[in-house]
Design a protein around this ligand. Sequence first.
Ligand code: FAD
Length: 196
Amino acid sequence: MLATTERTTVRQRPQRGSHDPDLIAAILDEALTCTVAFVDDGRPVSIPTTHWRMGERVLFHGGMGSRLGRMMAAGADLCVTVTLVDGLVLARSAFHHSMNYRSVVLFGQAEEISGPAEKEAALAALIEKLTPGRYASVRPPTQKELAATRLLALPIAEGSAKVRSGPPVDDEADMSWPVWAGVVPVAVVKGEPVAG
Ligand SMILES: Cc1cc2nc3c(=O)[nH]c(=O)nc-3n(C[C@H](O)[C@H](O)[C@H](O)COP(=O)(O)OP(=O)(O)OC[C@H]3O[C@@H](n4cnc5c(N)ncnc54)[C@H](O)[C@@H]3O)c2cc1C
């Protein structure tokens, strides 16, 4: 288990919270995107980006000029969130509508990875996450391309997961209300490839 810290204590509906590293890893692996939040010049900013996991670290990449990469490389305090929406929970009352989800919140500081071999292995892992088996077929990055790419790693050390699943939870008094209730599943699916 990850240690539960003051800021990773799940307060509302704590039974949905978890600090299980395997659950956190599974959510990180399934999600294609995350948001990275930090404070820049006293103001909060949250930037959507791509992430992938290698062992006990989450990786991020970007051009050398991007603010996100610069802030991460400078050791900014980060809060990374990942959300998978699994369903719309349609209750009998407006009040009890909800969503089924699996989400992760991570805190920490990233470290820049600058060795070319480590960079290439990490970028290969990104392509393999998105399309398993593809890296062996593509042109590998040149030294110039590697130098132009900033790579950062955030340890999965302080964080939490939260999961809601199952049907709506209606009040007993609403159970005979004449409306359909249940869950509409939601999923991200890959469509038919379109050559380009
Ligand atoms: C798809 C989706 C829809 C949601 N819709 C709503 C909504 O409409 N209204 C609403 O109030 N809440 C919603 N939530 C839940 C929301 O994420 C918080 O859990 C909720 O606001 C309760 O936070 P808190 O005040 O107990 O904890 P906070 O004090 O905000 O958080 C304390 C700590 O608990 C952990 N934590 C809290 N929430 C999560 C989470 N979702 N995933 C992982 N770790 C978490 C983090 O470590 C955080 O630092 C939704 C979540 C998801 C994923």
